[in-house]
Design a binder for this molecule. Structure first.
Ligand SMILES: Cc1cc2nc3c(=O)[nH]c(=O)nc-3n(C[C@H](O)[C@H](O)[C@H](O)COP(=O)(O)OP(=O)(O)OC[C@H]3O[C@@H](n4cnc5c(N)ncnc54)[C@H](O)[C@@H]3O)c2cc1C
Length: 246
């Protein structure tokens, strides 16, 4: 059940990135159909969708990938992180943060078993932190699947620091997926909370990797705060006012 969280109204003015005529014909060529095998609604705005079908079976899923999911005739894709594939290759999982302002959020909020969507990919996205090492992951509500894809539930999320709009809802959802030891820090509009994030990440040593994901603005600011480092990997998952980052 999703209660007591109420989905925010859809922002119909958001500049959704939709492919033109040529883009749509390219998408049609590479897109494959997938079927929803199972839907799991976590606390708050988080939904796990298991996909199955020939396209899922034919794919080699691995940590650190991304895939484009397509929900309607516009063929506008949204990027998500696969995790939890089974050994037989029958199913793969995607975790949706339903922020309430786009085609993907709307689809995930209403999706049911047996529904269909389009699948393009996967492709390489970002190398995930190695579980049980000094590597750390920074992210937000959109980075839970990244942690799970890298097996960071094996250390109960100790290697994760997340920023969140609603700390308690994210903590509940993290507990439900085995990441209960992750640090969660409340997001502030002026990004001043990133000083706290920086302290939480200060222990990452020279031989360890730091992976920054989630909100482009936070990644940029954190990078500035820490100074240049070859051991930092970054991948922006969303940016205020922009749709459909890949
Ligand atoms: C490599 C990669 C992997 C990703 N993996 C995941 C994943 O596993 N799970 C996941 O939930 N997301 C993931 N994302 C992020 C996801 O693709 C975006 O959040 C996407 O924009 C959501 O699509 P939408 O149709 O709901 O909103 P859009 O139509 O794309 O955006 C509408 C408006 O909402 C804003 N917006 C977008 N995302 C958010 C957000 N999270 N919070 C607040 N405002 C937002 C946009 O800036 C825009 O103004 C990933 C992105 C990338 C690039």
């Amino acid at each position: 059940m999703n209660a007591p969280f109420l989905m925010p109204p859809r922002d119909f003015n958001a500049s959704g990135r939709r492919p033109g005529l040529i883009g749509r014909s390219l998408v049609r060529k590479v897109m494959q159909a997938a079927e929803v095998a199972r839907v799991e609604r976590l606390s708050g705005p988080f939904v796990i969708v298991d996909l199955c079908g020939p396209a899922v079976r034919a794919t080699r899923w691995s940590a650190g990938q991304r895939a484009s999911l397509i929900f309607d005739q516009s063929l506008a894709g949204r990027t998500y992180t696969p995790f939890g594939w089974d050994q037989e290759g029958e199913r793969v999982r995607f975790m949706f943060h339903v922020h309430g302002k786009g085609v993907a959020s709307e689809w995930a909020w209403q999706v049911g078993k047996g529904d269909a969507c389009g699948l393009v990919g996967p492709a390489a996205s970002i190398e995930t932190p190695r579980a049980g090492t000094g590597d750390m992951l920074f992210g937000d509500e959109t980075s839970i699947a990244t942690a799970l894809s890298g097996g960071l539930d094996r250390t109960q999320g100790r290697q994760c620091v997340f920023e969140a709009t609603d700390v308690s809802l994210l903590r509940q959802a993290l507990s439900e997926v085995g990441l209960q030891q992750a640090q969660v820090i409340a997001r502030r509009p002026d990004l001043s909370h990133l000083d706290e994030v920086r302290s939480a990440l200060a222990g990452v040593g020279d031989s360890s990797n730091l992976t920054l994901t989630g909100n482009a603005r936070s990644i940029q600011r954190l990078h500035q705060l820490r100074g240049p480092s070859f051991a930092v990997r970054t991948k922006a998952y969303w940016s205020p006012g922009k749709s459909g980052l890949t």
